[in-house]
Design a protein around this ligand. Sequence first.
Ligand SMILES: Nc1ncnc2c1ncn2[C@@H]1O[C@H](COP(=O)(O)OP(=O)(O)O)[C@@H](O)[C@H]1O
Ligand SMILES: [Mg+2]
Length: 352
Amino acid sequence: MNNNEILEWLREVQHPAKGDQSVVALGMVDEIKCEEGRIHVTLAFPKRPDPLKNYLVGAVQACLYRNAPGGTEIEVDTVVKDPAKPKKGIEFNLEQLREVSHIIGVASGKGGVGKSTVAVNLAVALARLGYRVGVADADVYGPSIPTMTGTEGVTIEMYGEDENDNLFVPVEKYGVKWLSVGHVSNAGQALIWRGPMASTALKQIILQTQWGPLDFLLIDMPPGTGDIHISLIGDVPMSGAVIVTTPQNVALADVLRGVNMFRNPQVNKPIFGLIENMSWFTPEAHPEEKYYLFGKDGGTKMAKDLDIPLLGQIPLVQGIREGGDSGEPVALGSRPDSLAFLELARKIAESV
Ligand SMILES: Nc1ncnc2c1ncn2[C@@H]1O[C@H](COP(=O)(O)OP(=O)(O)O)[C@@H](O)[C@H]1O
Ligand SMILES: [Mg+2]
């Protein structure tokens, strides 16, 4: 139970005198406090008396009782203040994520560890297992999904009449829906950059896109652990995250930062586990050989130290890099490294 989830519930509560718009759309939800066994919601009413005030307080209470686990203590109070003006155009509501079952952040403490490679191949592998999958490439610093999927230069279609409720239509390829910051800036779409901050752009990629029904939406997060990340994790109702790392000891500090970002009490999202990439090197010509260039049990030890499961190990092989460069992810094939991604996909689907 988190604030985003509660906000979603409150969309059921409509204001009968305001064209049945929800209290959320009307900006009347002033504050939500949610802790173990207790939810406190404050509704904002304007100075002008609202004859439906008591009705709405009751409706919000009823909605919370209906949706919260049994025994949850519910409190609703009110404050007099003009409701926040709903923002036009880039008002981020969760409408487009309604039919998405699980949103998983693919994160890493730092760049270059293979986060995008893992995200792309994991998505393709999940699709091969029969799941409906989307990938949002939110890496504003280095969006690589267009190249890795051979979709650079495609023109992103927009859906919707009014410029203010335009939606991106993701690119479909390999049975997966893809949308990248790179696609959108390639296409010269001004919309995405209208917001002043990178974090706005990111949220547009995720929240202003017509995803439709999906079992999994993977988010290729920007590397690192800054404000952009906290804001993204706070505003997008992620089910949790997987963290990609390489086995070297030096990576531990970065991974720890990544883990703490999700465990931060403000966001508090579960971490499904660690994915160790480049675990060993296998020459193309000798697929049975394994060379542990960075030591053998870095990932296992790291997972143990951080008390999270190790979901999988992906070898360092030339084919994975070539698949990324050529836009044909290895997970499409049946080589040993393709199977490693299928195994990983199975594990993740299970643990989610
Ligand atoms: N397991 C692997 N085997 C071979 N090359 C890899 C592997 N994982 C990643 N790479 C390559 O390493 C580079 C960085 O990977 P990338 O996924 O872009 O990292 P990140 O998204 O973390 O910055 C890319 O050229 C990619 O093809
Ligand atoms: Mg990347």
